[in-house]
Design a protein around this ligand. Sequence first.
Ligand SMILES: [Zn+2]
Length: 356
Amino acid sequence: MNKKNYIFLNFLILTSAIFAQNKTKFSAEIATWYYDKPGAVSISFDDASYTQYEFAYPILEQYGFKATFSLVGTWTHEKATYSAEPGYFEIKKMGWQEIKELHDKGHEIAAHGYKHIRYKKYASVQKLAKQMKQVKDLIENHIQSPVYTLHYPYSFTSDSIVAASKRAGFLFGRTGNDAINPVTPANMHLLESKAIINNHNPDETQFKKWLNQAKGKWLILMYHHLFPDDSKEMEILRYHKVTHTYSLLPDTFQKQMQALSGQNAWVAPIATVGKYVVEREHTKIKLRKFCHKLYIKTATNLDTTVYNQPLTIKVKLPWKKVKIRKGKESYMYNVKNQTLFLDILPNSKIIIKKLK
Ligand SMILES: [Zn+2]
């Protein structure tokens, strides 16, 4: 073979390889979790204990974690006040001032009952929904924002309680059960959580084990109080030999959040993760290639005024340099490993243009 023919043959092989690549290498799919993270973790709090505001909130902010805080209607006043559940000592609870601050900082505010009592197991769905709506309306009037999540008082549920939470307009209901939610929970109104029982349960090893088990899944942590060791509350609990204190030291909480930050998990409030999961299951991607442009469309029949959490789309393409157009904004991007991760809302579109 002379040199000229050799070069020509080489060119043919090269171009056909590129064409083959063009046929097979374009794809787009919704990442299982936001940013294609390996799993999701939600940090949830019950009872709106003032210690959550005092100790947990600054630690959460330090790590950039946004959590879900649930409150009881009759326990919440303008300013922080003391209240007690029957047969228990008084604990300081957050007021609307603290609640609004948390909400302004991007934390989710959830409902935990108008009163801190179990919903009646056999009451009619209609009656239960009315009771649940009462606390939902109360919070929404104060924070001027929709409330999507209900933490069932005492994590107590029944078929009618679960059905009522849906009827009342909640999108997500959190219970106990000491389990981790699968990638797509069977019932969004019956989400499982793992409770922090006291300062040693879970211990450091157990907590890390939970985080490892959460890979590919959705772990919801349930916290209550963060009483310091020398507080009068801890003194009372020790005096009465209470083992299930539902309290941990601020230091331990800090260590747990540090362990979580080392996990690369997607840490987000219950409603944020929940919306992502629902959207992921009810959104279709349409991919179309025309010359040097790739058109990606997301289509859903969900109400996008509610389901407004951006989805992460994993796009495979053989282009090195692209221009991405999303609505009015556009930007250049250097593609690495033939993979692009893009944020896109349901019912919207993105155009990717190949650049030389
Ligand atoms: Zn509670």
